[in-house]
Design a protein around this ligand. Structure first.
Ligand code: G3P
Length: 214
């Protein structure tokens, strides 16, 4: 499973990148706002920093506007993936961009049938938001194996990109369900690596080693 980081914060991207296990970046308008930086400046910097795919989201809500925006976003780097909302106009834009050979990430997906539509429109990635489903009292992760099965049933190549991840259990469940990618906030990235027994065990090894005669 590939690991993307879900942020527009350059320091976070650099730190995750340094671990050597970062495969790409996803952003959205809220994450750009949170970075506190002008969009063009931060988008270019992320695209230059990361070799893997960088999802940049359109903000127009009609197909023609989305296509125009996509052409502008594509100029930030060869690794740009155009992020489109899962609305009828977004599906139309997805189809058109796919025909042009442009990579797309269809976002704000909350059901397996929506994911099926995105695959039929040729999406490179589908982004089901598991945490936001949890927030309204559903089990968000339930839709991931369902999407996986639908895609496998029909041989769709759209990659399942689990988004709105809130904790390490989401990452575990995404991997068990055979998701292609998890896009992970920096706070969860840090949680993934730490285990109290690792820290305790290492402290004991180092303590014992000091007492070993050379
Ligand atoms: O990037 C899209 C998604 O991961 C957003 O997550 O935490 O705002 O629901 P969240």
């Amino acid at each position: 499973m590939k690991f993307f980081i879900d942020t527009a914060d350059i320091a976070e991207i650099k730190e995750a990148h340094a671990l050597g296990i970062l495969d790409g970046v996803t952003t959205n308008p809220s994450l750009i706002k949170k970075s506190g930086r002008p969009f063009k400046e931060v988008a270019k910097e992320i695209c230059d920093l990361v070799d893997g795919p960088v999802s940049l989201e359109v903000t127009d809500i009609d197909c023609e506007g989305m296509l125009k925006e996509a052409a502008e976003l594509a100029q930030y780097g060869d690794n740009v993936v155009i992020k489109l909302p899962l609305i009828p106009e977004g599906l139309k834009a997805c189809k058109r961009l796919t025909e042009q050979g442009v990579k797309t990430n269809v976002t704000l997906c909350f059901s397996p049938v929506q994911a099926l539509l995105a695959a039929k429109a040729g999406a490179s990635y589908i982004s089901p938001f598991v945490g936001r489903l949890d927030d309204i009292g559903q089990n968000g992760m339930e839709i991931i194996p369902q999407i996986r099965q639908i895609y496998d049933n029909y041989g769709f190549e759209t990659e399942v990109l689990v988004a709105s991840i809130r904790n390490p259990i989401h990452v575990l469940d995404a991997a068990l369900a055979g998701a292609d990618v998890s896009t992970i906030p920096f706070s969860v990235f840090k949680q993934l690596v730490h285990h109290p027994l690792t820290d305790k065990g290492l402290a004991q090894f180092l303590k014992d080693w000091k007492e070993v005669k050379a």
